[in-house]
Design a protein around this ligand. Sequence first.
Ligand code: HEC
Length: 157
Amino acid sequence: MNRARRWSAAAALLLAAASVLPGCGPRRGGRAEPARADSSFAAVTYRRDKSPEALSLARGRVLYDRYCAICHGEAGGGDGFNAYNVKAAFDVSPTAFTDSVTFGALREDTALAAIRDGGPAVGRSPAMPPWGHTLTAGEVVDVWAYIKALSRAAPGE
Ligand code: HEC
């Protein structure tokens, strides 16, 4: 009899503990699960500055690094890994965006058209490929915003 009562008391305790424990989880404080760590440039910038300009720059950087840096260079010096081959095959160098004279002679609408439709669309070399099938209109603006930031110079009017 005594023994049975002890067991049922233990069982009751266990039940009570089981019903309390889930309450100790993250739900109690109304807090959501912590976000997964994401150290990408876009994520870091997003956390620090959520302005549309910062977001555009962050997206532009990812696109630039993926599609443009190979020719135009990581820092925009016109000296990407593929610049040598472009020069050898087309006798033209990828534009150096960090060269303030070159950049100052580049009009914004021409640059946007070149990015979208390729060099020949603006009377330049076909070594500059068209990106309008790869990038959306918004992404073209994003990547151009990043190029302007890289160059630290104002484009021509
Ligand atoms: C295969 C190499 C290559 C890649 C990749 C490339 N470019 Fe170019 N780009 C060139 C070359 C070469 C020129 C210079 C053409 C000339 O002066 O005739 C150029 C010129 C430009 C110009 C200046 C156009 C003008 O009117 O003078 C812009 C802006 C530009 N590229 C943006 C980009 C962007 C943005 C990307 C990535 C989305 C990109 N390029 C990827 C080779 C490349």
